[in-house]
Design a protein around this ligand. Structure first.
Ligand SMILES: C[S@@+](CC[C@H](N)C(=O)[O-])C[C@H]1O[C@@H](n2cnc3c(N)ncnc32)[C@H](O)[C@@H]1O
Length: 199
């Protein structure tokens, strides 16, 4: 490199800001109280998620490491887990028009809360479609994987977080891999379902 080139490279380094990518996460941990029962055979430390403290540590970690995050949970744990979150999080709902009914259970909760922690710097604009705080989508029929999330639910989460295709997105509890697959599809704008989200 000539001295002239070296000088311009140095000058560029001074003026070009070091822009770090927006970091976002979706957490789909084993639900509090169901962890060992549902995932004890799949993960050696599943039972840790039957302890509320593990969920508290997860929320702390997401606050420390990510600009924005969303987290699934079930309604019975909402009171406890919401109390562990910062005050500015919001609760949205995944309504399940088709859900599995258990024998002898006479009241079925066919929705799940999703907690969103947004980033002030990633506001939605009025040019964007208004995001809704709920989505109605049947459960994923993925045999052998309890809790696998349907693609349309994932698109709704990505939209809710106002993600952009080049964001650094982490699927913290990959399970079946459905969320990461949906992220790749969403990034490529390849999934037709997303266009009917606001229909
Ligand atoms: C609700 S499922 C995730 C489902 C996933 N979002 C999907 O769409 O397929 C929870 C996952 O967490 C895993 N898991 C259980 N205990 C864990 C632990 N202590 N640390 C990390 N992952 C755990 C389970 O094996 C399971 O794959």
């Amino acid at each position: 490199m000539t001295l002239q080139n070296q000088l311009s490279a140095d000058a560029r380094l001074q003026v070009e800001p070091c822009v770090s990518r927006f970091r976002a996460a979706y957490a789909d941990p084993p639900y509090l109280g169901l962890a060992k029962a549902f995932y004890g055979d799949m993960h050696p430390h599943a039972a840790d998620y039957d302890n509320p403290e593990t969920h508290r540590l997860l929320i702390e970690r997401m606050m420390d490491e990510y600009d924005a995050w969303a987290m699934s949970l079930h309604e019975p744990s909402l009171r406890k887990i919401l109390g562990m979150c910062p005050e500015d999080v919001r609760v949205a709902s995944w309504v399940k028009p088709f859900a599995s009914f258990k024998k002898n259970v006479t009241r079925a909760w066919t929705w799940e809360p999703v907690i969103f922690s947004w980033h002030r710097g990633r506001k939605r604009t009025i040019q964007q479609p208004t995001w809704r705080d709920h989505i109605a989508e049947p459960i994923a029929m993925m045999r052998g994987f309890p809790g696998a999330k349907p693609a349309k639910f994932c698109y709704w989460v990505f939209d809710g977080l106002n993600l952009e295709p080049d964001d650094d997105f982490a699927d913290l509890f990959p399970g079946s891999g459905a969320v990461s697959r949906a992220w790749e599809a969403w990034r490529l704008r390849a999934a037709p379902e997303q266009f009917s989200l606001y229909g």
